[in-house]
Design a protein around this ligand. Structure first.
Ligand code: DOR
Length: 426
């Protein structure tokens, strides 16, 4: 493996307090030297002049669709898309076919990932068997096979007794429970955020209360059991406040928000735009403001993509029948840069929410730039403008409401385990 010398970048890592211009030398898959001007004979040079060098991003929430839905995505295609988006570690959700609810399936994902993935892939196992919400999955054997969390993402675990037991079982395993917090009765039949847009379109709405009732219940159960609860894709102002108050009481809680819930409002579904149909639905500017506030004061720990690739046919249908989800790995960072350019979020904090913060939840020694650490690094040009063209996506999922959007800020290179796994050609 050739050494790599990243030259003259602004190296940012909030976790270690690093923000200085200099070089990074990578050797044997690890960071060997850092800062100042480094010379290394024979090393491959990555010129990062006027660019940012930061820890490779960690996505705690994406859908790779393998096994079962390979027309939407595979571990190979999804992980390559991740590399393009600056991600060096991705955690994949278990709503595959069959769902990842037992150890042999986890071993299957790990085996394929080892052979075919461009970046580190960490599987998440189901909370309940086949995600049906009736009985617990084989949590212990899946933990032994290497899952990093448990989730029935796509559905809320409706039965509170079962969720209590899942939390109790997760405790000795030391792994978090990731909950899709949406009360299925309150959300029943809903297609978009309950409000002016849904009414205008004649669609049944999903009230913010559907999320908040579920968040409140799961916080109470986390408080009861002492389990580590991670709330997926928080979308409402009320949920942010419930999490804030619970954290103040000392509940072991973490939470994520997606790039789309931070940057897009319910208005994107006007015209019955199925590309903007997601679960939970896009909300309002007031929710976005609360989510940004939550990121800044630590209520919301991380940003996760919820990359949800679908085929063209899954979206080319009437709104009520369309699949929920946005293919987000390749646009996540650039879309989020809007918040930096508009002064709403400092760049070092954005980077931390995508790297050191998810590493802390996963309790892994990743997401940081320091000597000896694994060489997982993203190089970013904060000012490079580009237009989203899904025809160029590496992901099999071209489903995004951002097609044709002009974005400012782009990942220009990704280094994973000491090797360049993506380099921008524009
Ligand atoms: O929009 C979504 N799509 N939200 C989810 O929770 C699931 C995901 C999917 O699997 O397509």
């Amino acid at each position: 493996m050739k050494d790599i010398l990243i030259k003259n970048g602004r190296i940012i890592d909030l976790a270690t307090g690093l923000d200085e211009t200099g070089d990074v030398l990578i050797s044997g898959g690890r960071i060997k030297e850092l800062g100042g001007s480094i010379s290394a004979q024979g090393a491959e040079i990555l010129d990062a002049t006027s660019q940012v060098v930061c820890p490779g991003f960690i996505d705690m929430h994406c859908h790779l669709r393998q096994p079962g839905y390979e027309a939407k995505e595979t571990i190979a295609s999804g992980s390559k898309a991740a590399a393009r988006g600056g991600f060096t570690t991705i955690c994949c959700m278990p709503n595959t076919n069959p769902p990842l609810d037992n150890a042999p399936l986890i071993t299957y994902v790990n085996t394929i990932a080892e052979k075919e993935a461009a970046v580190r892939v960490l599987p998440i196992g189901c909370i309940t068997r086949a995600r049906k919400g009736d009985e617990l999955s084989d949590m212990m054997t899946m933990a032994q096979a290497g899952v990093v969390a448990f989730s029935d993402d796509g559905s809320h675990v409706k039965n509170p007794q079962l969720m209590r037991r899942a939390m109790e079982y997760s405790l000795p395993l030391g792994l978090p429970i990731i909950e899709h917090c949406e009360d299925s009765d309150l959300a029943d039949g809903g297609q978009a955020n309950e409000g002016i847009v849904a009414t205008t379109l004649g669609l049944c709405g999903i009230p913010t209360a559907a999320e908040e009732v579920a968040v409140a219940r799961d916080i109470i159960l986390a408080e009861l059991t002492g389990a580590r609860l991670h709330i997926a894709h928080v979308s409402t102002k009320g949920a942010v406040e419930l999490i804030r108050q619970a954290k103040k009481r000392g509940v072991k809680l973490s939470a994520e928000v997606t790039p789309h819930h931070l940057t897009l409002t319910e208005e994107c579904v006007l015209g019955y735009n199925t590309q903007a149909k997601v679960s939970p639905p896009l909300r309002t500017q007031s929710d976005i403001d609360a989510l940004i506030g939550g990121l800044k004061d630590g209520t919301i720990d991380i940003i996760a993509t919820d990359h949800a690739p679908h085929t063209a046919n899954d979206k080319a249908c009437e709104f009520g029948l369309a699949a929920c989800g946005i293919s987000g790995l390749e646009t996540a960072f650039s879309a989020l840069m809007q918040l930096v350019h508009s002064g709403k979020l400092p760049l070092p904090l954005l980077i931390a929410k995508l790297s050191s913060a998810p590493a802390a939840i996963l309790r892994m020694k990743l997401g940081s730039i320091c000597v000896g650490a694994p060489a997982d690094i993203s190089v970013i040009n904060p000012h490079l403008e580009w237009t989203v063209n899904t025809a160029n996506f590496i992901s099999k999922g071209h489903n995004t409401p951002l097609e044709g959007s002009k974005l400012k800020g782009k990942v220009t290179a990704t280094v994973y385990a000491g090797q360049v796994v993506y380099q921008d050609e524009t």
